[in-house]
Design a protein around this ligand. Structure first.
Ligand code: ADP
Ligand code: ZN
Length: 608
């Protein structure tokens, strides 16, 4: 899509000058033209002029007499006297009675002519000028001062090479959900006819990098309508009140361009729950209020559809999500195996790729990766191919770049001492062996002990077979056992422990805790939720919801659970001590072994 910055208007200056000119005309020029000079005279002069038959026109109003000389060139006025024969005398003096010597224009007409008309003319000129400027799309660099409070929304104009649903792989449910919006934007009249109204706002909810922005653009691309995009954090700027005016401006533009899509990224930046905390953010609240007002302000069928993205749906203000606002929620989840494969294929189209690449295998290895990470993996693979002087991206490139994206680059110059290398080899084999010996655990895909820039000294890549939506208590326990396997091997072989297991410990604890507080997998607490997840898509922070005594109890149970699995791991490794030594030896020599090699050795086939 072609991105066009909205034209800036240096027109404010023009309007200022126009206003000054109008004031000048009205205060100085107009009175000079309008007023005929009327001389005020005393009644005696009027009487003598009457006597001398010098009166031309005369008008007697309720509080004064206005008259002219014979030639009607001079105008006079005088007060009214109790003079009963005045009319007769004037008649005799040949004066003409007139009803309107001084034409009094109605005050309304005056107002219209002297104020409204010039203003209208100037505005018309202004509009014309701005239209002219808009034609020169892009516009010049407008003066900063005149642009504060403008939305700066990026506008993507219609274009045939826009993003389409076919570019977004994997998110089938989300696409299905959004297809209706596309349909609506194609033909709003159809919906008006039957009286149905589209939801004004659709909330795209999911972890970062899953393609929410892409989906919003694709909706606009499919419907072939303009796309306004703005990030929530852009609304909240340094000047108080600017956010609200930006919202106003954004919606004004959108209504002009309807039907269209307005996309607000990171809506949680403005849409956090209000109140509650000390020193609330006034600016944010104002901006949010303005957004709510705007959403309520337009009818359901104006053809403006607002899409918003967030990865913290729980923190949104309930006012935002109630019916009539963002009442439709479209989950955009991390892709599953099939989804990952599709996403890889979409991105692989952009690079030259070898024929024999097995996307499914790559997708399997990249479990848990988001769309953005997969895009990155393909790109890293292409870069690696270039570094190695190849013209095509190979399977090896892709596999290596998974590790690059997930674990960081290989640290070429980080040289482990021999002793360290040995420990790491046993540690990693410990994980893999425990995993392999528990029937329910997924087999390993690859083990390496090449240090990574992320700080990991070794790396065991487990492979999930197919998709897993439920996990049994046993599977979770086995997973904890596998996590403790590294440390268990160190203990068994070296009789001492190292710092290398900190990440394992963290994960094992988290898992054990979740089993007890959230999954109801302990004997004592039954199905009671003791913890709630507050931040589902970003790390999954939890908050405790139980008494201090229960907390103590939970802590005790977590320790018990992990300990039990740790013992199990130790036992497995003790029973398979020979295999452990053999495997660790091979890993130490080769630094990297694949899952197949691992299984071959484990099953007693001679090592390759
Ligand atoms: P979000 O808005 O959810 O954080 P984006 O839409 O900005 O994520 O995605 C970032 C990048 O990741 C996209 O530009 C695209 O290259 C890639 N990507 C993410 N999800 C997908 C997907 N489902 N299909 C194809 N590419 C994707
Ligand atoms: Zn480990």
């Amino acid at each position: 899509m072609n991105e066009v910055n909205r034209p800036k208007k240096p027109l404010a200056l023009f309007y200022c000058i126009a206003a000054a000119v109008i004031l000048l005309i009205n205060l100085i020029v107009m009175p000079m033209i309008a007023e005929k000079e009327v001389e005020t005279v005393d009644y005696g002069k009027f009487m003598s002029m009457t006597e001398n038959k010098e009166i031309g026109l005369v008008e007697i109003t309720s509080n004064q007499i206005i008259f002219t000389n014979k030639d009607q060139t001079k105008f006079y006025k005088t007060g009214l006297m109790n003079d009963p024969n005045l009319t007769e005398r004037l008649y005799n003096a040949g004066a003409q009675f007139s009803s309107q010597i001084i034409e009094e224009t109605s005050p309304f007409l005056t107002l219209l002519l002297s104020w409204a008309l010039p203003i209208i003319v100037f505005i018309a000129i202004g509009q014309f000028m701005s239209r002219k400027m808009m034609d020169k799309a892009g516009g010049g660099p407008g003066s900063l001062m005149f642009n504060m409070g403008k939305s700066n929304a990026k506008v993507y104009v219609k274009s045939s090479d826009g993003i389409h649903f076919s570019d977004v792989a994997g998110e089938e449910e989300a696409k299905e959900n959004l297809a209706e919006i596309v349909e609506y934007l194609h033909d709003p009249a159809k919906y008006q006819e039957i009286g149905a109204s589209m939801p004004k706002g659709v909330l795209l909810v999911g972890p970062p990098g899953t393609g929410k922005t892409m989906l919003a653009k694709a909706v606009a691309g499919e419907a072939n309508v303009p796309f306004f995009s703005m990030s929530g954090s852009e609304f909240v700027e340094m000047f108080v009140g600017m956010g609200a005016s930006k919202v106003r401006d954004l919606f004004r533009q959108a209504k002009e361009k309807a039907p269209c899509i307005v996309f607000i990224d990171e809506i949680d930046a403005i849409g956090k729950k209000r109140g509650g905390q000390y020193g609330g953010n006034d600016e944010r609240e104002q901006t949010l209020n303005q957004l709510l007002t705007e959403m309520d302000g337009f009818e359901g069928n104006t053809g403006v559809v607002i899409l918003a993205a967030t990865n913290q749906p729980d923190s949104l203000d309930p006012a935002l999500t109630r019916p009539g606002r963002f009442d439709r929620r479209v989950p955009v989840e991390l892709p599953d195996l099939k989804g990952r494969e599709d996403i890889l294929k979409v991105h692989a189209k952009k690079v030259k790729i070898a024929e024999d690449v097995d996307f499914e295998k790559v997708a399997r290895m990249a479990s848990g990766a988001s769309g953005a990470e997969l895009a990155n993996i393909v790109n890293e693979a292409a870069l690696r191919a270039i570094r190695n002087g190849r013209k095509l991206v190979t399977q090896a490139d892709l596999e290596e770049s998974i590790e690059v994206v997930i674990a960081g680059y290989q640290k070429k110059n980080a040289i482990l001492t021999d002793a360290e290398k040995k420990i790491v080899a046993y540690h990693e084999i410990g994980h893999a062996l425990v995993a392999a010996m528990q029937t329910h655990s997924a087999p390993v895909q690859k083990i390496t002990i090449i240090p990574r820039t992320s700080g990991a000294l070794g790396y065991t890549m487990q492979v999930e077979e197919g998709n897993h939506y439920l996990m049994t208590k046993e599977e979770l326990e086995n997973k904890i056992a596998t996590l403790t396997g590294g440390r268990a091997a160190e203990e068994l072989i070296f009789g001492s422990v190292t710092t290398g297991a900190s990440n394992d410990i963290e994960q094992a604890t988290k898992l054990a805790r979740a089993m007890i507080t959230r999954y109801g997998m302990s004997d004592d607490f039954d199905m009671v939720a003791l913890e709630t997840v507050t931040n589902q898509y970003l790390g999954g922070d939890t908050s405790l919801a139980c008494s201090a005594e229960t907390q103590t109890e939970i802590d005790r149970k977590v320790v018990e659970l992990v300990k039990k699995q740790h013992e199990k791991a130790c036992q497995i490794l003790t029973e398979n001590r020979e295999k452990l030594d053999e495997l660790a030896g091979v890993l130490y020599e080769k630094e990297t072994i694949t899952g197949e090699e691992f299984m071959d050795i484990l099953n007693g086939n001679t090592a390759a």
